[in-house]
Design a protein around this ligand. Structure first.
Ligand SMILES: [Zn+2]
Length: 272
């Protein structure tokens, strides 16, 4: 379904995990981000792109390599793909593909396109790298922490900030990679907010945000969550898990991820 729409941007929301897929269209291009999950949902995005593209080139950005975000790659075989260098060098490509195949098998899902790990044509290697097409500019920042290969993208002049799996209102930070990297990525997020003043923030899961103060609150909440998790791991400070989970609509699955976060941080402390 369509969660959010305004001139130049349409955000689709999957029934699964409120995962977003974004289509941005400017006079110069159409940019599709993370098309997902279910076949009819991916098809809705394909049809939408077909209906609006009018000869413009279609770019396909992957915010990171988690399988839910790459599941729709081959539904856009003509699109020019964009992702981070770490995405291209992901040592666990097979694992991501296997997760998609397992998901489809488990739910008897057939797709009208093959499942493969995306081949990337435009590789983003560093912060503030940008792509320009006529009046359209896409600025990128490396955003590791959630996983190792995340990217933030800011589409200008529309001011649309694609955040990948950061700054969600339906989940706290999921740390699959590194808490230190996550903290530095949040510092970048603060800078993007104060310097570029995005008009629309699109998280990978949950609701679009159009208010600067709320974007700031989402950053601060994530920082506070990480700080409390680190204090718990380092100083054995009690983490009020029940208070955390009570703030969410879907606490059952989140509890396990919170415990995984604490384990990952504890392990990384022992290593250092
Ligand atoms: Zn995700």
């Amino acid at each position: 379904m369509i969660q959010f729409r305004q001139a130049g941007v349409c955000v689709f929301e999957s029934a699964l995990y409120q995962t977003t897929a974004t289509v941005i269209d400017t006079p110069d291009l159409v940019l599709v981000v993370d098309p997902n999950w279910l076949p009819h949902e991916v098809q809705e995005i394909v049809s939408y792109v077909d209906s609006i593209k009018r000869g413009r080139p279609v770019y396909l950005l992957f915010t990171h390599s988690d399988y839910d975000h790459i599941i729709g790659w081959q539904a856009f075989p003509e699109a020019i793909t964009i992702a981070s260098e770490a995405f291209v060098q992901n040592p666990a490509k097979d694992k991501e593909v296997q997760q998609i195949l397992t998901f489809d098998d488990k739910y008897y899902i057939k797709r009208n396109y093959p499942i493969q790990y995306p081949e990337i044509q435009v590789v983003i290697k560093k912060d503030e790298e940008f792509l320009s097409f006529g009046q359209t500019r896409i600025r990128f920042w490396l955003a590791p922490g959630h996983n190792a290969d995340g990217l933030f993208a800011l589409l200008e002049p529309l001011g649309i900030w694609i955040a990948g799996d950061y700054l969600s209102d339906v989940e706290f930070p999921f740390i699959y990679h590194s808490v230190e990297a996550y903290q530095s990525t949040l510092e970048k997020a603060s800078k993007i907010l104060s310097q570029a003043r995005p008009k629309v923030l699109v998280p990978g899961h949950g609701s679009v945000c159009q208010e600067g103060p709320e974007m700031g609150e989402r950053i601060i909440f994530s920082q506070q969550y990480l700080a409390a998790a680190v204090r718990h791991a380092q100083e054995k400070e009690v983490f009020d898990e029940e208070a955390l989970l009570a703030a969410y609509d879907f606490p059952l699955g989140l509890r396990g991820i919170h415990l995984d976060n604490l384990n990952l941080i504890t392990k990384s402390l022992h290593k250092s």
